[in-house]
Design a protein around this ligand. Structure first.
Ligand code: 13P
Length: 253
């Protein structure tokens, strides 16, 4: 059975308790739009509070440490975010890969730790403009994913991939539908090679990068696009849920 579209809001380093009303509004709207699976990843400081406010949507974190505990000043472990109410974690976002030198190996270690701790994972990938212009985007993303994806038997349920071309993040630019279709089809092939026919077909592949209500219908209607990872537009419940509505419109019935 085809899975519901998965619309995930990544609040990045935005939000104080004043934003809890937006989370409540997202949750209320999500209860009326069950054709779509909706999730929010607020900053660490709000995970517990958002978790307490919502009934329907998934709550997750934007990163985690590969270590379960110990002398790692400033880090947050999987048991900590799970205890706060997180059910998933976004890993390998380009802002962490570029800003903190996170390697594929580290992303994979974090993914192993997250899965071990009972969380689901969203593994991010995506190329720079330079790589795309050099015609190497698909090869780059394939290498990135091969080295970042965790190995497990039941990936279909626990692993999601997010393709976010770096040049499209926060810029208002989006990849063309043809480029998105080509990249997502390559990712699907790689997922089937990695996890086998059945599990590889179940892993959802999200698109991210300047997704807005205006372009969501077209992007989410593209073959192999199983949802969206939304940054800026997820900070307003109304805008975010308009993206979820557009996702729902791509589903029959
Ligand atoms: P924007 O939607 O703000 O472009 O951010 C995308 C993103 O990085 C989500 O993780």
């Amino acid at each position: 059975m085809a899975q519901r579209p998965y619309i995930v809001g990544n609040w990045k380093m935005n939000g104080t308790r004043a934003m809890l009303s937006e989370a409540r509004a997202v949750d209320r709207a999500a209860q009326r739009h069950m054709k779509v699976e909706v999730a929010l990843a607020p900053p660490y400081t709000l995970i517990h509070a958002v978790h307490r406010e919502v009934e329907q949507i998934w709550v997750g974190a934007q990163d985690c440490s590969p270590n379960p505990d110990g002398a790692h000043t400033g880090d947050i472990s999987v048991p900590m975010i799970a205890d706060a109410g997180a059910k998933f974690v976004i890993l390998g976002h380009s802002e962490r890969r570029q800003g903190y030198g996170e390697t594929n190996e580290l992303v994979r270690e974090k993914a192993d730790a997250a899965l071990e701790g009972g969380l689901r994972v969203i593994i991010c990938c995506g190329e720079t403009l330079e790589t795309r212009e050099a015609g190497k985007a698909e090869a780059f993303v394939a290498e990135q994913l091969k080295a970042s994806l965790p190995k497990l038997e039941d990936a279909g349920e626990k692993v999601t991939v997010a393709y976010e071309p770096i040049w499209a993040i926060g810029t208002g630019k989006t990849a063309t539908v043809d480029d998105i279709a080509a990249m997502h089809s390559m990712i699907r092939t790689l997922l089937i090679e990695t996890y086998g026919e059945e599990q590889g077909a179940e892993v959802r592949v999200l698109y991210g990068g300047s997704v807005k209500p205006e372009n969501a219908g077209e992007i989410l209607g593209t073959p192999e696009v199983g949802g969206a990872l939304v940054g800026g537009a997820s900070l307003s419940a109304e805008t975010f849920m308009n993206i979820a509505l557009a996702a729902g419109d791509t589903v029959e019935g």
